[in-house]
Design a protein around this ligand. Sequence first.
Ligand code: FE
Ligand code: FE
Ligand code: ZN
Length: 277
Amino acid sequence: MFRIGCHISAAGGYLAMGERVAAIGANTFAFFTRNPRGGGAKALDEADVAAFLEFAAAHDLDRLVAHAPYTLNPCGEKPQVQNFARTAFQEDLRRMEHTPGQYYNFHPGSHVGQGVAVGLQKIIDVLNETLFPDMRTTVLLETMAGKGSEVGGRFEELRAILDGAALADKLGVCFDTCHVWDAGYDIENDLDGVLTEFDRVVGLERLKAVHLNNSKNDRGSRKDRHACITEGVLPLEAIGRIIRHPTLRDLPFILETPNDEAGYAREIALLRELRGA
Ligand code: FE
Ligand code: FE
Ligand code: ZN
């Protein structure tokens, strides 16, 4: 089954999100667990969650890929930056237990000059302090573009985080097509080779979701500027190969393209056509 959706605003709560994505032809979605730029999360409305779960079951909405805020940096240099990451993880993971069996995706972070090794260890520390044995959410490390001092632009860095995590079975990877391309992996001409490399370094069993984005920039640019599906440097044929690839086709695909909901509806319709199912 083609599991396709997009990142939408969390305004209005869970049921409102479910209704909006169902209306645009999506059967999965992503949302920020809290204000992407700021700190706090709204209190959970249990009645809203219950209504959402009923709606999701009836409309086959599944494998949500919740997104931690961009400001969260588990490998920040200042203690308060790492403390925010720890607190946000703890709160978000507790909250996600109300919608069990979904994904919680985060950007590994930026080491801001401390060096990759220190960054990796800090990320591992935050994970080891916040994941808990009976959790039902899978936490996803996102493949990054390698912009600035971002950690996670190389598959090897994701591998190192997985190796250091005590509860590694609670972890997976989200493959962001814009980021991977910007980081230098040739998903246009050698998707098989990139996935073989991912398997060798990380292991394909870790791959749980795809952020499906085109890129405004050339391969290896390390810029991280998402483009709409038909407007980036990756040709539509390459996007088609991604969504039909036997290794990827059963994963949830989440659009994070610069779109409003009407634009997402058009992209989802186009991708369904491209997928041929
Ligand atoms: Fe992301
Ligand atoms: Fe992404
Ligand atoms: Zn990005």
